[in-house]
Design a protein around this ligand. Sequence first.
Ligand code: CP
Length: 327
Amino acid sequence: MKPLYKNKHFITLEDWSTDEINVLLEKSSALKKKFKNNEDTTYLKNKSAFLMFFEQSTRTRNSMEAGLAQLGGHANFLDTATMQISHGETGRDTAVILSSYGHGIACRNCFWEIGNKFIREMADNATVPVMNLQCDLYHPMQGLADLMTIKEVKKETKNLKVSIIWAYATSHKKPISVPLTQSLLFPRFGMDVTLAHPKGYEMPEWVIDKAKQNAKANGGTFNVTNNMEEAYKDADIVIPKNWGSWASNTSDDVIDEALESNKHWKCSEAMIKLAKPDVAYMHALPADRGNEVDDSVIDGKHSIVYQEAENRLHTAKAVMAMTMGDK
Ligand code: CP
């Protein structure tokens, strides 16, 4: 019998049922325990995956590389600037060839209106699972680790007030894929999600419609506001993070008038005080310290960012073990 998840692409968690996501979470927790106990987890002996990166990464690259080694396999890191893709070779040809050399293909391509299409083109032509390491629309590896962390910290997800809040940053024009993934995913687990941002930083309309549908089907809620304080008020979890105005402005420019007029959208101690006393502060990292968040918050007692980052290892291993493995 074919193993349940073998060769299933991991492009968006929208393609995975809540039962399937729960199985991934159980596997992640089991792998976390075994990692702590130094137990053998070589479920992918002699298997290899190709990790194609169009952009920089610390957590995603290293959780995949270290994770596959811990599973007994090997990850080939590929800087796409050194691949023939940079001379115009197609995603289709790349996927066919890499499929014939190994057991999985993973890719980060965040270029607006290109990344997701490129990853799907590879998935349509690959004979091995294709894993999305972040595109212009989705970051499923991050979403899964975030959900695992919320469950570890809060135990019950139903009716938690979780606020995904835009924050000021100047480091680069960041993709919308993290807040988009969280907006679609968290309502599926019964959370009461508030998405807060200044005008000009809207998510695409289809995202809001889908997030509301996901909430309705699973007993959660999904609200959008332009009021930062409203989002912090009585929140169980706050996730203040910058994202670019991609849906309304496709320019690559990092700093513009809209950004500079919203410097006050920062996670400060005053904002944290509006939330519940045991509020958890999350961030996918890297954080733009001093702009998105004050050091005293990200380094303070409410912050669970290192636990969240650590869980990237365990969830990445679960995804690889279940999509590339035989069991
Ligand atoms: N959160 C995240 O994806 O981090 P990296 O960009 O370092 O991979």
